[in-house]
Structure formats: structure tokens, C-alpha cells
Write a protein that binds this ligand. Structure first.
Ligand SMILES: *Cc1c(COP(=O)(O)O)cnc(C)c1O
Length: 379
């Protein structure tokens, strides 16, 4: 067999967790952490969770952390702990993952969407006031793709009305807004879905908050409304970050800043390598933001064609998200009026491979593939 004439087809996976875990001894540490738990005889609400909650609260520069079963639960239980329910409204972004809306619906309240800024992926604070009614019980901004929203601009609308801001931080572990960590304010919900910047080996989530009473209420709700076995103070649920997930997260948390720095370097190289391509907009970074690049997202009206060309060149890409939430079957007919900016983003966004495991060669392969696809299309 001879392979001399064969040019190896490039292959850049979108985000392969095996490659991530192969970095600096992570897999071995994960294996040891899991084994430590399997042999401990304690699988729920034990020391791994208690230690992780303390470590993650400190990481977020905040006082309290409550570990939960998922990011969706973190959002829903925070709203329930705030007393949000039937007949209430919660403001959400039009452009987001459906979980943001589902958390509101799960409480019985109605999600009220606000359009993104015309030139970014983030909820537009200038449109917030018009969405607020006497029924508004919370505002839930999303730090979409890891880029912080302008929280002070949101507070300027919510604070005078006494409306709490619950941040959906599922994509923004470690990001900073005006120098402070996302998660350092009133309340933020995180997801530890395996593909997030800080991911577990299964589902997981947490709420980080400055409010002790809010933390206590969420703690109660996650464990059947019970502090003491078989004494039920509230109609809670079962949503606990288990010991194996907490132990795995404790392996990854000390590496998160270095991994986010690597994502930032990849993003900087992408933006440099893709600058000035006709019809392609690279993501902007606001002056107040230190984003963590959960996704690196281009905009182009030729999205589907570009995506096919990348696939042909061995470069995986994804679309976050191809259908605006209000256009999904789950929410069809629930939103009065159009959300043209949200719909346009659904048609134009394209996520390139991203993660600390990408090699310099991978990044150049992606840049070349996007440039070739864009420069060779003449229509
Ligand atoms: C991932 C995600 C969630 C939900 O997290 P899960 O852990 O999957 O339940 C919520 N909001 C946003 C913006 C997300 O990206």
C-alpha cells in the first residue's frame, strides 16, 4: 500500500470533548475523581458538592452557590424562589436557546421577548422599557455566546421599578463585565452541560447569588422542599448536582481561566484572519466586556452555502440557533408582532469550531476554508 499521492483531507471537529480531556492530564484526574466518588458511598449532597459550591461561588466573586440538576432547573428554580408564577411575565431575549423561555413557561409565567441590538447578538437594553408591564416579575438577559450584556444599562431600567435581574449565564462562565465576573451580582444561573465552557460528565447547573435568602429557598426547592428529612416546607422538586458531577467540575474549574484565555486567542486569530471578507461579519467585542467565546459566531446572508463549503473542506460548523424561539412549534402563535432582528439572526449566524483543544493548525485550516469559500463565490 502506498499513500504518497494521497493528500490527507483536513478534519477540524466542532468541539470534541475527548480532545479537551486529553489536555494536560485532565482525563486521568477525571478518572480519579469519579473513582473517589464511586468508592465513597456518598452520591448526593455530600462533600464534593459542598466544596464545589464554595469554590464556584469564590470563582464568581460572590457569596452563595447552589448546585442543581441542570441549567434549565437553575433558571426555573430561581424564578420559582422569587415567587414567579401564573399570570406573571418575565422578559427574555428573542435570540437565545429555547431553555431561557422554557424556564419561564415552566413556572406558569409568560416569556416576553425583546429583540437583539441590530449589530450584536445581545438583548437590546433600549427596547427593554417598552416590554415592561405591571405583571413583569423578572428580567432574564442572556450573555449570548459568552459575551456579557450591558448589565448597567439593564439595571437602569429594572432597579427603579424593583424588578430583579436573573442572568442566564449558561454560556459565560468566567466572563467579565466592567472588570467583574459574570455571576458576581444579584443572581445568575449556570449550566454545566458537557459542551459548556465549564462542563460536567452529564447534566448539571447552579445558581450563584449575593442573596442568602434566595440561595436558601433554592436549596429547599432542589430537595423536595425539605431541609430536614421528611419535613416538607414547600412543594419542591428533585434537582441536585450529584457528587460525581461536582467532583468532575472540581477538576476542571482550576483550568477554566487558562482554557478561556485559549478561546480568546483562537477568537482573536479568527477575527484577524477573517477581517474584511465580503458579506461576512465577525463578532464585535464591546468596550465593557471580557467575553469567554462559548461560541465564535459569524454573520453572513450566505450562511447555508458557506456551511456546505466548510463541510466539503473538512471543517465542522453549527448554527446556534436555526429557528427563532417564537417561530418554533413550541411557541408558535404566542408572540404578537414580528421579531425581525431575531429572525434575521436565525437565518445568518454560523458558529465556527471553538475550544481550548483547537491547535494553531486547526485554526488556520478554518480560516483558509472560510476565505476560500467566500472568495470563490461569485453570485
Ligand atoms: C445550555 C443553556 C441553557 C440550559 O442549560 P442545560 O444545562 O442544558 O439545562 C440555558 N440557557 C442557555 C442560553 C444555554 O445555552
Amino acid at each position: 500500500m502506498t499513500s504518497t499521492a494521497v493528500t490527507a483531507q483536513a478534519h477540524v471537529p466542532f468541539h470534541d470533548l475527548r480532545d479537551l480531556h486529553a489536555l494536560d492530564g485532565v482525563q486521568e484526574e477525571l478518572d480519579a475523581a469519579v473513582l473517589r466518588v464511586t468508592r465513597s458511598g456518598r452520591y448526593l449532597l455530600g462533600t464534593e458538592l459542598a466544596c464545589f459550591e464554595e469554590e464556584f461561588a469564590r470563582y464568581c466573586e460572590n457569596a452563595h452557590c447552589v448546585g442543581l440538576g441542570s441549567g434549565l432547573d437553575a433558571l426555573e428554580l430561581t424564578l420559582r424562589a422569587l415567587g414567579v408564577g401564573e399570570g406573571d411575565e418575565v422578559v427574555v431575549p428573542g435570540h437565545t436557546f429555547i431553555a431561557t423561555w422554557l424556564a419561564v413557561s415552566a413556572t406558569g409565567a409568560r416569556p416576553v421577548p425583546v429583540e437583539p441590538e441590530p449589530d450584536s447578538f445581545l438583548i437590546d437594553p433600549e427596547r427593554l422599557e417598552a416590554a415592561i408591564t405591571p405583571r413583569t416579575k423578572a428580567v432574564m438577559p442572556v450573555h449570548t455566546y459568552g459575551h456579557p450584556v450591558d448589565l448597567d444599562a439593564i439595571d437602569a431600567v429594572t432597579a427603579p421599578r424593583g424588578i430583579p435581574v436573573v442572568e442566564d449565564a449558561a454560556q459565560s462562565h468566567g466572563a467579565r463585565y466592567r472588570g467583574r465576573r459574570i455571576g458576581s451580582r444579584y443572581a445568575a444561573a449556570f449550566s454545566f452541560y458537557p459542551g459548556k465552557n465549564l462542563g460536567a460528565l452529564g447534566d448539571g447547573g447552579a445558581v450563584v447569588t449575593a442573596d442568602r435568602e434566595l440561595a436558601e429557598r433554592i436549596r429547599l426547592l432542589r430537595n423536595y422542599g425539605s431541609r430536614e428529612k421528611y419535613r416538607h416546607e414547600a412543594r419542591g422538586t428533585n434537582s441536585r448536582l450529584d457528587e460525581i458531577q461536582a467532583a468532575a467540575l472540581r477538576v476542571k474549574l482550576p483550568r477554566l481561566d487558562a482554557w478561556n484565555a485559549r478561546r480568546d486567542a483562537v477568537a482573536a486569530r479568527y477575527s484577524e484572519g477573517l477581517a474584511g471578507l465580503p458579506g461576512v461579519t465577525v463578532p464585535a467585542v464591546r468596550s465593557w466586556a471580557e467575553p469567554v467565546w462559548h461560541q465564535y459566531v459569524l454573520r453572513t446572508p450566505h450562511r447555508d452555502r458557506l456551511r456546505r463549503a466548510l463541510t466539503g473542506a473538512g471543517v465542522e460548523s453549527l448554527v446556534h440557533y436555526p429557528v427563532a424561539v417564537h417561530r418554533s412549534d413550541a411557541y408558535a402563535g404566542t408572540v404578537a408582532g414580528a421579531l425581525p432582528h431575531s429572525e434575521r439572526l436565525a437565518a445568518e449566524v454560523l458558529s465556527l469550531p471553538m475550544g481550548p483543544q483547537l491547535t494553531a493548525k486547526d485554526v488556520e485550516t478554518v480560516i483558509t476554508a472560510v476565505r476560500d469559500a467566500t472568495e470563490n463565490s461569485h453570485d
